[in-house]
Ligand binder design. Structure first.
Ligand code: LMR
Length: 397
């Protein structure tokens, strides 16, 4: 029945992470997958999350299904986190939010919805983007194209070329944007660039689809929501898929949400109905445990500030690693400018290493990066950063 199937080539990120797990070399370093590791190389369970779970266990009275759209307390808390509690659009009922199975689940539900209700729209993603964006949109039956983004010559952004490309798109085109901490490059728009881009998106009648997977890892929890709040305050119709995997370090709980900002409450009601229909046909309803963690951590007056300081500590450790890597590399390879490690934000940096150099790092030094040259800076620690820098210098030299 199935012997004609194509073999699965594996996922470029997840398969690499599996290869790393199997590597017996004790000094191996995992800079592949987008997961936050602490300085001891552990994936932490945050104290705020642990406490929320203890409270949930004590209070648990049922494990019934959640509604299709998810837990109301979690959905309200997510809206306040993303949009700010005082946004008029929230009070006007123009925003609908569903709890989803991670932000990946949200991205795919949104893509399925768009294919059904805007069938003529095609999607544009940054060059480069997270590999799975293209796969998800194409999997939903949407044609995917790229717009210019990363400038390899400077390690920065091709903002003018990006705007020129977007300006030429037909109205209702779907424009996928990383709200902060661009994956894979770490190159973000400045606030002035977001302001200009949002004007362009509004003038051209384009449909922004924001992926906010690393909130808190860039400049701060509120700062990283700048693009979301700007679009909402300028009256754009747009979509946001957001994740708590990284910001609460709850990867396997699959905690995410999908929000649509609509023109008015009537449209929002219609959107919510069809999103529920899409979810029901997919996985029926989201997980109860994820909802409990997110709702408690975001709304409890003790847990919320504790979580915010835990996020700040993770962000600051990554920044410290960026500085350390930059300092060691600048000393070891004096002719080359590594300033991009300092200006790029979030978990990832594009190292500029070629696929062949990445292969050498893995084979000769047990240092694992994605073959595009993307490194997860959160895999660095005080214990390995010098050796990683030495290995980078070796393949660059
Ligand atoms: C990554 O980009 O490494 C993460 O978002 C994990 C994943 O699912 O790819």
């Amino acid at each position: 029945m199935f012997s004609h199937l194509d073999p699965y080539a594996g996922d470029p990120i997840l398969s690499l992470n599996e290869a790393y797990q199997k590597d017996p070399r004790p000094h191996k370093v995992n800079l592949s997958i987008g997961i936050y590791f602490d300085d001891a190389g552990r994936i932490p369970v945050l104290a705020s999350v642990r406490e929320a779970e203890a409270q949930m266990l004590a209070a648990a009275s049922t494990k019934s299904y959640l509604p299709i759209e998810g837990d109301p307390a979690m959905r309200n808390a997510v809206q306040a986190l993303l949009f700010g509690a005082d946004l008029p659009a929230l009070k006007d009922g123009r925003i609908v939010t569903l709890q989803t199975v991670g932000s990946s689940g949200g991205l795919k539900v949104g893509a399925d919805f768009l294919r059904r209700w805007l069938p003529a729209s095609e999607a544009w993603v940054s060059d480069p983007t997270w590999d799975n964006h293209r796969a998800m949109f194409e999997g939903a039956g949407i044609r995917v194209h790229t717009y210019p983004y990363y400038d390899a010559a400077t390690g920065g952004l091709k903002f003018d070329a990006m705007c020129d490309a977007l300006r030429s798109l037909p109205p209702r085109s779907i424009v996928l944007l990383h709200a902060c901490c661009h994956n894979p490059t770490g190159v973000d728009l400045t606030r002035a660039q977001w302001d200009a881009l949002v004007r362009l998106l509004a003038e051209r009648g384009l449909l922004p689809y924001l992926d906010l997977a690393y909130q808190g890892y860039g400049d701060g929890i509120d700062d990283d929501a700048y693009a979301v709040r700007l679009m909402a305050s300028r009256g754009l119709t747009f979509i946001v898929a957001n994740s708590f995997s990284k910001s609460m370090s709850v990867y396997g709980e699959r905690a995410g949400a999908l929000s649509f900002v609509c023109t008015d409450a009537r449209e929002a009601e219609l959107v919510l109905g069809q999103l529920k229909a899409t979810v029901r046909r997919n996985y029926s309803s989201p997980p109860i445990h994820a909802a409990g963690i997110v709702a408690r951590v975001l709304t409890d007056p003790t847990l919320r500030p504790q979580w915010e300081s835990e996020v700040a500590a993770m962000r600051e450790r990554i920044l410290a690693m960026r500085q350390r890597l930059h300092a060691v590399l600048a000393a070891k390879v004096p002719g080359r400018d590594f300033g991009y490690f300092l200006t790029q934000r979030g978990m990832f940096s594009y190292t500029g290493l070629t696929g062949a150099q990445v292969d050498r790092l893995r084979d000769e030094s047990a240092v694992y990066l994605v073959r595009s040259g993307r490194m997860c800076v959160a895999g660095l620690s005080m214990g390995n950063v010098e050796r990683v820098a030495q290995a980078f210098a070796g393949v660059l030299g």
